[in-house]
Design a binder for this molecule. Structure first.
Ligand code: TA6
Length: 317
């Protein structure tokens, strides 16, 4: 359905792959995003030139209960195998609902191109994770095409008991060639290395570059991280709030082959940099709410010609 004057609506419901419900967000200058109700999952984010900025595997299975490989899976109430639930928890393979009138945000900066989703546990969910909660997710496009995700988790238990959870926005960025990418903002930080039994190490002073499998949880990270794509001359800036950790993952060639819903060579074109709360689980008493915000922007960079100082990207507001 088109708006008066032939313009596209800023928020539109339609059917996606395999008839799954999806929401399309459009910002006036041409940027767009797509969100599947299945998983509350952002599967597309395009700039105003129509270029896709998120990676989604060509082998992604858009069929419950398989989570979608790519985009931004929501890991909740458990990150990876940090607990007894299925990997990354169950929020990414549940069907979320649209909430037309959510409780107001403290700072209301919503553009017209936004959608509010909500997830509440079913009786079945309560059997595997016995905690009543409301998880509200707002996905919005900013006027400059920035992608903004705000998560609000509330403990709605009436039994007086607190609960704890871990969380991540498992963002798959689209990159031209992983060997040409560097990540700024995580140097000198401590991390848990998932490839070495989650042992704790300290990162060297240099920016992170990629030449083999990586699966690290950086701890107490700054609120801004930059991903510089040398070949594309593009810098992604990740801004986060309420999410102290940052996971960096690329499966590289061998592990990629073992992941059924990822093409053998596709690891070259993806990088996961995930705003997360893993090391210190979040605990909510009944009635309490937690908020975790992610803001992604993609800016042209001329890093390869030496004109862009990555530190400036990190320091500018
Ligand atoms: O965030 C990194 C990670 O936990 C890795 O260990 C890796 O296995 C990845 O997530 C993907 O997990 P998935 O369950 O989606 O296959």
């Amino acid at each position: 359905m088109a708006a008066a004057g032939g313009d596209k609506l800023p928020m539109e419901m339609c059917k996606g792959i395999n008839g799954l419900d999806k929401v399309v967000l459009r910002e006036a200058r041409g940027s767009s995003a797509e969100v599947y109700l299945y998983g509350g999952h952002v599967t597309s984010w395009k700039n105003d030139h129509g270029e896709e900025l998120l990676f989604v595997s060509s082998k992604a299975v858009f069929k419950p209960p398989k989570p979608i490989r790519g985009g931004i899976p929501i890991c909740f109430p458990q990150f990876a195998s940090h607990g007894g639930l299925e990997s990354h928890g169950f929020a990414r393979n549940r069907v979320w609902s649209i909430e037309s009138d959510p409780p107001p945000f403290p700072t209301n900066s919503a553009s017209k191109a936004h959608v509010d989703l909500i997830l509440k546990p079913t009786e079945e969910d309560l059997k595997i994770w016995p905690h009543s909660f409301e998880f509200r997710l707002r996905v919005a496009l900013g006027p400059g095409g920035d992608l903004l995700l705000t998560s609000r988790v509330r403990n709605t238990s009436t039994d007086g008991k607190p609960f704890s959870f871990t969380f991540a926005y498992h963002t798959y960025f689209a990159v031209s060639d992983i060997s040409e990418v560097r990540v700024e903002g995580l140097e000198t930080l401590d991390y848990l290395d998932n490839l070495q039994s989650k042992e704790r190490f300290t990162e060297q002073g240099d920016a992170i570059t990629f030449e083999s499998e990586i699966d690290k949880i950086y701890l107490s990270t700054p609120t801004k991280i930059a991903i510089l794509d040398h070949e594309k001359k593009r810098t992604f800036v990740v801004r986060k709030d309420g999410l102290p950790d940052a996971v960096v993952w690329n499966p590289w060639d061998k592990r990629a082959k073992a992941i059924a819903d990822l093409g053998d060579e596709e690891y070259k074109h993806m990088l996961c940099v995930e705003a997360a709360a893993v090391e210190k689980p979040i605990t909510l008493k009944p009635g309490e709410e937690w908020k975790g915000r992610l803001e992604l922007s993609a800016v042209p960079s001329s890093y390869c010609s030496g004109q862009l100082d990555p530190q400036k990207v990190l320091q500018s507001s």
